[in-house]
Every structure is written in C-alpha cells, then in structure tokens.
Design a protein around this ligand. Structure first.
Ligand SMILES: NC(=O)c1ccc[n+]([C@@H]2O[C@H](COP(=O)([O-])OP(=O)(O)OC[C@H]3O[C@@H](n4cnc5c(N)ncnc54)[C@H](O)[C@@H]3O)[C@@H](O)[C@H]2O)c1
Length: 393
C-alpha cells in the first residue's frame, strides 16, 4: 500500500477541518495513496501535543521551518493566516515537497505570483482548498454546464454573505491587512470567483463598479488564542486597534463567454450566516445553488414545453449519479460542510498518484487567476473605473 506522510501547518478552524479530512479519506474513498497523519504544527500556546492526540497526528511541532524540510514529510498542507502562506509554501517547495494551501492563495498578488513561479521552477504539484467545488451540487452544476444544459450563459450572480463580524468581535487576524491581505474580499469573494469560474468553465475578463466598505473601523484587541471557530475563544482585552480591511466588497464583471456578472461579499449581512450562493441564467436553462441548502441544486430547463417549465430541486445525494456521494452514505442520506474537504483530500491523493481528479482541482496557477480578479476589483474601487484582467499581472 503506497502511503504519503502529511504535515499540517496550523491548527485552528481549518486545522480541524483538514485533520478530519485526512483522517476520514482513506476510510471512505480508498485512494491510490494513503495519507499518514504525520506531524501537526501549532504555536506553543495552542498546545499542539493535545491537538495531535485528539485528531490522530503522530507528532506535534512548534517549528514549521524545520518541519517542512524534514525528509519524513511527503506533503505539506498550509492552514495558517494568509500572510504566512507564501513563506511556508516557498520553503516546502524549495525542499521539493508538493503543497496544498488554504484560500486565498495569498494575502497579496505579489505573494501569489511568487508562489506560482516557485512551484513552476521546482515542478512540484500544488493544490488550493477551494472546497466548495467539491460539494456534490456544485460539482454537478459544473458537469451540467459542460454538457451544454444551460446553452449560452448570459448572467452570473454570486454572493457570499455572512453575519458574524459584529462590534463584539475583537481584532482577529482577519481584520488586519498585514496578516489577511483583505477582509470579506479575500475571504469570501475568493470562493465565489473561484466557484463561478469553475462552474461556467470561463474566465473573468473585466471588473467594474467595485465598492469597498469598512463599517467598523476599530475593534478591541484580542485576548486568548483561536479555538477552532472564526471568532470563538477570542474575547476582547484592554485597548483598541484599527481595522485595516474591508467588511464588504461588491463588484460587476464580464466573463469570457459574454456573460455579465455581479459579486458581493459581506460579513455583516444580518440574517445570512453562510450564504454562499450563485445563480446562472443561460439560453437553454438556469441553475441556482445556496450553501445553506448544500445538498440541493435547482435547475430550470427552458427546453421543456412552456406549460411545464419551472424550477426543479435536485437532491444531490444519489450515488453513481452525483459526484462523490457513492462513497458516503446510502442514497438520500445527506452530507455536510466537512465532506467537501474530504472529497478534496481524495482528489489531491489521486492527483499525486497521477490519476485525474473527479472534477478539476485548483492549483497555484488557477488560484492566481482568481487573485488577479480580486486585485482588479480593488483597483476598480480605488480608481473608479473598469479594469481589464489583462492589466493585472
Ligand atoms: N476553505 C474554507 O472554506 C476556509 C474557511 C476558513 C478559513 N480558511 C482559510 O484557512 C486559513 C486559516 O484560517 P483559520 O480559520 O483556520 O484560522 P485560525 O485563526 O482558526 O487558525 C490559524 C492557525 O494558524 C496559526 N497561526 C496564526 N498566526 C500565526 C503565526 N504568526 N505564527 C504561527 N502560527 C500562526 C494559529 O495558531 C492557528 O493554528 C486562512 O487562509 C483562511 O482564509 C478557509
């Protein structure tokens, strides 16, 4: 049985979801390479030994520089704040290791470009955790578009709305430009830009009309350490600090196939807890997805006689018909958030073994294209003009 030793760098929210994925994947999928949960890195105050024992990592480390170079390690998985993605990825690549990295690929376009160049020069495989591609409903949407069920796509409408960032939430790394790069934009627009590129199979060519807003300009300094949730375990300490990222970013865009698009990311959209959603309208049909009902895909078939046209709700839980689900539970037994990560771990292992993933898997180059779109939106907001993606390199 071929195996690969994994090092996980970080042990917060994504540290938990990736640990779960690496622990589950071989049990449910029988991948061509079996991951061994070798070592997890965490900061000393996070008690990496206890995290390792709880999640099934053999060893714990507080030194990522040493860990990524270790000859024991075959794959490095990065789940730290965005500003650390580039230094960790470049160190791992320099040591010849394939790397999986959380999204956004980096806090800045310069870092993202460096990462792409380093990976290309070293010829190592890279992967970015745009996990929503691996919800069966989203993967099915990708397949339906590819089969031509929508005809020519005219409209793309995407939102990623959350409401956790009230005044009560302290100044986490997510509110610090030096650590995060941007706020809702890199965190949430990155997902919907990637997801719509994936589902349509097209590139965004131009961005216009971007608006950037920060509603809460100061927050209390945080006390305590991350405990696995976005804001969990972090209470405010004495004193306040300045928020240096956006709370919301909206923009318009054009796709290479001629569709016009709108994107909106927000962290204070009260009533929307994790509404990661898109609607595509084509000449032959339309699709709708909303992560708050992640097992469902809505399809409108405009080729049917007008008398019977209407939205149908497809429950994407049929093994054999819907991507990934045959490896989980019997038909119609729904899956959840964590399954997307396990599905991606499976495709990463297939790709490392030279097999094709179930649906296309984003690498650093692919995530860099998404980062260019994000950068173009910021440029559009700053310069009050449409920005062609080819201007942003
Ligand atoms: N794919 C998704 O849906 C998704 C969801 C949430 C977060 N993310 C991404 O995952 C990454 C991590 O986010 P998270 O929510 O897990 O964050 P988190 O705050 O929960 O955890 C971050 C981890 O990195 C470590 N870390 C932080 N600063 C460090 C430093 N200066 N030196 C060493 N270690 C440090 C922390 O100790 C912790 O273990 C980010 O890139 C984020 O954008 C992706």
């Amino acid at each position: 049985m071929a195996t690969i030793n994994v090092a996980l760098i970080g042990q917060g929210f994504m540290g938990r979801s990736h640990s779960n994925a690496w622990g589950q994947v071989a049990k449910f999928f029988h991948p061509p390479l079996t991951p061994i949960m070798h070592t997890v890195f965490g900061q000393a105050e996070e008690n990496p030994q206890s995290f390792a024992a709880n999640w099934g990592w053999k060893y714990a480390s507080t030194n990522w520089e040493q860990l990524v170079k270790s000859p024991e390690i075959g794959l490095v998985d990065i789940v730290t704040p965005n500003y650390m993605h580039a230094p960790i990825a470049k160190a791992a690549i320099a040591a010849g290791k394939p790397v999986c990295c959380e999204k956004p690929i980096a806090g800045t376009l310069d870092d993202a470009r460096d990462m792409v160049q380093a990976a290309k020069a070293a010829k190592v495989k890279t992967f970015v955790w745009f996990n929503y591609r691996r919800c069966p409903a989203v993967a099915l949407a990708h397949q339906l578009v590819k089969q031509g069920k929508l005809g020519e796509i005219r409209h793309v409408r995407a939102v990623y709305l959350q409401d956790w960032a009230s005044e009560a939430v302290p100044l986490l790394w997510r509110f610090d430009k030096n650590l995060a790069g941007s706020g809702a934009h890199g965190d949430l627009n990155a997902h919907i830009v990637d997801m719509t590129r994936f589902v349509t199979g097209q590139e965004i060519t131009e961005v216009a009309g971007a608006i950037v807003e920060t509603f809460i300009k100061e927050r209390t300094l945080p006390a305590g350490i991350a405990t696995g949730g976005i804001a969990q375990g972090r209470s405010g300490a004495e004193g306040k600090g300045r928020v240096t990222v956006d709370d919301a970013v909206l923009f318009l865009a054009r796709f290479s196939g001629g569709a016009v698009a709108s994107f909106e990311a927000a962290r204070q959209a009260t009533g929307n807890q994790n509404r990661n959603a898109f609607e595509l309208n084509g000449t032959k049909g339309a699709l709708r997805f909303d992560f708050e009902r992640m097992n469902e895909l809505q399809f409108y078939d405009a080729t049917l006689p007008r008398a019977v046209q209407g939205w149908s709700t497809i429950m994407c839980t049929h093994g054999g018909d819907h991507p990934y689900v045959a490896n989980w539970w019997p038909d119609a037994h729904i899956i959840g958030y964590e399954h997307g990560f396990t599905n991606q771990a499976y495709d990463i292992l297939k790709s490392l073994a030279g097999e094709a993933p179930t649906v296309p898997l984003p690498d650093f180059e692919d995530a860099y294209q998404t980062q260019r779109v994000l950068e173009a939106a910021l440029k559009s907001a700053c310069e009050h003009r449409p920005v062609k993606i080819e201007e942003v390199k």
